[in-house]
Write a protein that binds this ligand. Structure first.
Ligand SMILES: Nc1nc2c(ncn2[C@@H]2O[C@H](COP(=O)(O)OP(=O)(O)OP(=O)(O)O)[C@@H](O)[C@H]2O)c(=O)[nH]1
Ligand SMILES: [Mg+2]
Length: 333
């Protein structure tokens, strides 16, 4: 290797080192920021859940069988759900039976470990498919579907993606207007028809337009429906099927929106929806206003469907990728 090549190699190596260091810095800055946002978003859940646990074990150096009943009650009242709570308590019991008692910091670590092992993370899917990536948003009335779509559109637009919204909630006049407002606010295209028109037809138009205009992401709004209404559920299937006629794999992501502040009701909705239709991911909204954030743990354990996003406010930037480790760390720190 000549002197020139050696110098060039050296420079290249240094540049790589600097770039890697910068990347690492960026990752840690954004990860810290994410942690702070999540921590403030789940403040109420944290002070309720962790506060209760801390009060139960305050002044104690050891936890025995009888304390576990109190802990069980706290987990259940934190909206983690009975099934998931029992799994956690069984593990704690095993440990107490083995060691007779555990100390409070061990208790915290054990709780943290158990909760983490029950939850599922989302492996970021590749939305750089050749055709538009289609997200169909479903959920009952008022859970935050349209708001989440606005925030998502903004998120993808900021990533340089071309986004098209589809106003397939033709059930209420105001629903289309609300999505139009979001499309203007974010600056993305929207496909709509008159109120009362066939939602499947709007979805079809949207995907066709997105395909011919080389869009990257399509997000379809649907009417809030009662999860026990068979006809409305059928309508969802119809919307879904019609998409597949334009893009074979569409919808790539059927996203169920759940309102965390409804606690156990959100778990019930997840049950009904997953029985009635394919659900690929969950967005959990309104974590900011509730102490019932424990519901994330129950949902993640019971449905094996990743919680992909959490909503922590009404603003355009109040949607975040969900990361189980950050969530559990925020809950315990
Ligand atoms: N605090 C808080 N409010 C939210 C969040 N997400 C949505 N909202 C509010 O919840 C209300 C309902 O939101 P929408 O987006 O209209 O809900 P939707 O599911 O589209 O409702 P329908 O179209 O009637 O079925 C609005 O006032 C939103 O601003 C959130 O993460 N935090
Ligand atoms: Mg809506």
């Amino acid at each position: 290797m000549g002197v020139f090549d050696k110098v060039k190699n050296l420079l290249n190596k240094n540049e790589k080192k600097i770039n890697t260091a910068l990347d690492k810095d960026q990752v840690s800055i954004s990860s810290n920021l994410n942690k702070q946002i999540i921590a403030s978003g789940i403040e109420k859940t944290k002070s309720s859940f962790f506060g209760k646990i801390a009060r139960t074990v305050a002044g104690k150096s050891t936890i025995d069988e009888s304390d576990l009943d109190d802990i069980e009650e706290i987990l259940i009242t934190s909206d983690i759900g009975v099934d998931t709570t029992l799994k956690i308590i069984n593990k704690l019991e095993e440990r107490v039976a083995k060691d007779k008692y555990i100390n409070t910091s061990e208790l915290n670590n054990l709780l943290k470990e158990e909760i983490l092992s029950l939850m599922h993370d989302f492996n970021e899917s590749n939305i750089n498919v050749n055709e538009p990536y289609v997200i169909m948003v479903v959920g009952v009335n008022g859970v935050g579907k349209t708001t989440t779509i606005g925030k998502l559109a903004n998120y993808y637009k900021n990533q340089g993606k071309k986004v098209v919204l589809g106003a397939a909630d033709t059930f209420r006049a105001a629903a289309v207007d609300q999505l139009v407002l979001w499309s203007e606010r974010v600056g993305v295209e929207i496909i709509k028809q008159d109120m009362g028109s066939d939602p499947a037809s709007v979805a079809f138009d949207t995907i066709q337009s997105a395909k011919s205009n080389d869009a990257d992401v399509v997000i379809i709004d649907t009417a809030g429906r009662l999860h026990n209404n068979v006809n409305l559920m059928r309508e969802l299937s119809k919307i879904r099927n019609v998409m597949g006629k334009v893009i074979k794999e569409a919808p790539h992501d059927v996203m169920l929106v759940l309102d965390a502040s409804t606690g156990q009701n959100a778990i019930e909705q997840a049950k009904q929806f997953t029985q009635a239709t394919k659900v690929d991911s969950i967005a959990l909204t309104k974590l900011d206003g509730t102490a019932k954030g424990g519901v994330v743990i129950g949902i993640s354990d019971q449905f094996k469907i990743p919680v992909k996003y959490i909503g922590v406010g009404e603003g355009i930037d109040d949607l975040h990728n969900f990361n189980k480790k950050e969530f559990v760390d925020s809950l315990f720190n």
